[in-house]
Design a protein around this ligand. Structure first.
Ligand code: BJW
Length: 232
């Protein structure tokens, strides 16, 4: 293969065919829920029950969800490529790990984790959260929240991501609309570093013109085909 250091950015479109839905577009989550009412720290302070209900519902979906052919293809790329592969996901599901991917950053957090706003502990969580759930560490109720990154909050491991982008020679974005920053700006960072940039998506994203190469179609078709081509 002609590339040595690869960064993959994934979004909700990757997990759509695993039944988890996307945010934007027809039947997207934001069609049914107002973003201002479920994905900001302010709305959690104002209406914590509504926010808990939204994430409890999605944690429930996760129990049924299985990785699809696109998750497995990206894990195969990580294992079979002789150079470095870093996957940066905006998704809060655990489907990359379930497919065998281990060199992974969850930049928007994880649904299977809870964060105590009082003592700062982050811990694995698989059950519903409510206002009466006590933190197992500080033992106070009412402070646990989904361990996810809402609008206005800083995504995780930005330094490590920017460092990988500054060194990569191939950047591939999969199933993301390119509407949410800072992830939407990664293609420009990678291009600035001289990387070849590729979009794999159902439709052209907001930043489509910044990609050198694009393949459009369902992730379960275009991702395995692209990975096979890459691995030769
Ligand atoms: C398929 C498919 C199939 C469908 N196969 N493909 C003005 C300018 C610039 C920035 C800002 C601004 N105003 C505000 C901001 C900042 C703000 C932001 O970007 N807002 C925009 C809306 C404008 N960003 C933030 O606040 C971020 N923090 C921040 O900026 O901190 C400061 C900072 C400064 C400097 C450096 C770094 C940071 C935080 C953003 C947090 C986003 N949180 C959410 C919720 C997380 C928890 C949860 O999951 O509930 O993250 S919002 C939501 O959007 C979620 C997603 O991860 C994220 C991205 O969505 P994604 O994955 O792209 O999904 P969709 O639905 O949009 O697209 C799906 C795509 O798949 C589509 O293209 C389909 O076509 C495709 N598809 N089926 C293949 N089968």
């Amino acid at each position: 293969m002609q590339f040595e250091k690869i960064v993959i950015l994934t979004g909700a479109g990757l997990s759509a065919e695993s039944g988890l839905g996307t945010f934007r577009g027809t039947d997207g989550l934001w069609d049914q829920y107002d973003i201002e009412e479920v994905a900001t720290p302010e709305c959690f302070a104002r209406s914590p029950v509504k926010v808990h209900d939204f994430y409890n519902m999605r944690r429930g979906w996760l129990k049924q969800a299985k990785p699809n052919a696109a998750h497995f293809a990206l894990a195969k790329l990580e294992h079979d490529h002789t150079g470095a592969v870093l996957t940066v996901t905006q998704n809060i599901d655990g489907l990359h790990e379930a497919a065998g991917c281990s060199h992974l950053i969850h930049m928007h957090g994880e649904l299977a984790s809870a964060l105590c706003a009082r003592c700062g502990t982050s811990l694995p969580w698989h059950e519903d959260l409510s206002l009466t759930t006590a933190c197992p560490v500080c033992h106070k109720a009412g402070f646990l929240r989904p361990d996810v990154v809402w609008f206005g909050e800083m995504p995780h491991e930005m330094e490590r991501i920017m460092e990988a982008l500054s060194r990569c020679d191939l950047f591939v974005a999969v199933g993301t609309s390119g509407m949410v920053y800072p992830a939407a700006g990664f293609v420009a960072e990678a291009k600035h570093a001289g990387a070849h940039t590729v979009e794999l998506n159902l439709d052209p994203s907001d930043g489509a013109s910044l990609f050198d190469e694009a393949h459009y179609g369902p992730a379960t078709e275009v991702v395995p085909a692209y990975v096979d081509k890459l691995l030769g």
